[in-house]
Design a protein around this ligand. Structure first.
Ligand SMILES: NC(=O)c1ccc[n+]([C@@H]2O[C@H](COP(=O)([O-])OP(=O)(O)OC[C@H]3O[C@@H](n4cnc5c(N)ncnc54)[C@H](O)[C@@H]3O)[C@@H](O)[C@H]2O)c1
Length: 385
């Protein structure tokens, strides 16, 4: 295969943005061959911007059967990700799936199973995994530079969204349409990076507040506490209702701490590991000395383009995936666990009770009273994700 013919599924904000850079030739070896959306107005708009020859479908089965695609990029609302991906695998197409992998883990397990059975390339659009700072942080943790991990804290409160954002999308911020709030829409990136760098916890306790700052039924403010197999703990704090917000990720280990904030990473490196100092120091009030070093990273941060290029290179040349699709379930497990802990008022041990989660989600969908009318607000999609 010389070029991968790619179909984009869902031509909303994100689908159109993917279509743009691919059409502009920014993904070598990739040709945008088809698009599908359930909304005719989106297809009409797509026709105005897509390169000549791109096929436009209003029926997904027809796109899959048309022979015009080798792969699809799924950019529809989250609930549909697993079902659209599974159908593509069944027809022998590779899949690049937008985050989150889905809304509840039961459906994502099925997607992962279908991917495994197909043997096709399956990647998640975790575009923040291309950020050299997070790549470096992960490497430092894996190389043991921080020593045994003790704590990680991510305060991610700079996802501010005004009410007009929620009013602009009919599927957004409802249990039925989106299946969650800040944890499902904005945070999948940080939840993924958190587990990518620090691993998965064994348990989650969380406090989610629903519609605290907005007229929505889903969570817009969360504080979660996690515990890991080695005794380390973690805290994750997030909201879309605070300004100015913070994005600070701090990882502490026996050898010091890493702090990632404002696009910089500082390594507070202890002269003596804390456990050793603690065992040997006899002076009462001392503490290990440390130096502070800014860890410089080089390389660009190609974000969405980088993940799409990697997906295409995986199909064409077997390049290892930056974000294997089957890893999408990890961040979803974390967000499901946080909601489940809030709903039940209890600690949630991982893996979560996926059937209980689905039942409690269904109860919320059934008792939802939110009626959404599309407002005139226009979404600005120029922000970073
Ligand atoms: N990776 C990122 O940085 C990033 C950023 C924004 C959005 N996203 C993800 O992309 C997905 C879409 O978000 P968006 O902001 O583009 O939403 P959007 O509402 O702008 O677009 C969604 C599009 O999907 C279409 N659609 C609805 N149901 C469909 C179905 N069953 N099959 C095909 N198309 C369908 C809608 O008509 C709409 O055009 C979400 O899952 C979101 O989390 C990812």
């Amino acid at each position: 295969m010389k070029n991968v013919r790619l179909g984009i599924i869902g031509m909303g904000s994100m689908g159109s943005s993917h279509a743009k850079y691919i059409s502009d030739g920014e993904v070598p070896g990739c040709m945008l061959s088809a698009v599908f959306d359930t909304d005719p107005s989106k297809l009409k708009k797509a026709m105005e911007i897509l390169p000549q020859g791109t096929r436009i479908f209003n029926d997904y089965a027809q796109l899959l059967d048309s022979g015009s695609c080798d792969a699809v990029l799924v950019a529809a609302p989250h609930y549909f990700h697993p079902e659209l991906a599974i159908k593509a695998f069944e027809k022998g197409l590779h899949v690049l799936c937008e985050k989150p992998a889905g809304v509840y883990t039961l459906q994502v397990e099925k997607m992962n199973e279908a991917a495994g059975k197909s043997g096709l390339v399956f990647s998640m659009m975790f575009n923040q995994r291309t950020n050299p700072i997070y790549i470096k942080a992960r490497q430092m943790v894996r190389d043991g530079l921080l020593g045994e991990l003790k704590r990680s804290v991510w305060i991610i409160t700079d996802w501010y969204r005004p009410q007009s954002y929620y009013d602009a999308g009919t599927w957004r911020a409802t249990w039925k349409g989106e299946g969650g709030g800040v944890l499902l829409n904005q945070d999948p990136h940080q939840l993924d990076l958190w587990q990518w760098i620090c691993g998965m916890p064994e348990s989650v306790d969380a406090f989610c507040y629903f519609g605290k700052y907005h007229d929505i039924e889903v969570e817009d403010d969360v504080t979660a506490f996690t515990q890991y197999a080695n005794g380390a703990t973690g805290v994750f704090i997030t909201t879309t209702g605070e300004a100015p917000g913070t994005n600070r990720f701090e990882i502490s280990g026996d050898n010091g701490k890493l702090v990632i904030e404002d696009g910089k990473m500082l390594f507070y490196r202890l002269d003596t590991p804390e456990r050793k100092f603690n065992a040997e120091f006899r002076g009462g009030f001392g503490q290990p000395g440390h130096t502070v070093e800014e860890i410089k990273t080089d390389g660009e941060n190609p974000q969405h383009k980088g993940i799409t290029r990697n997906f295409i290179n995986a199909i064409l040349f077997g390049e290892p995936l930056i974000a294997p699709g089957t890893e999408g379930i990890n961040s979803l497990t974390l967000s499901n666990a946080m909601l489940l802990s809030s709903w039940t008022g209890r600690r949630v041990n991982l893996p979560i009770d996926a059937h209980l989660y689905k039942r409690l989600l269904d109860e919320r969908i059934a008792s939802s009273t939110i009626v959404k009318n599309k407002s005139d607000a226009v979404l600005d999609t120029t922000g970073t994700y």
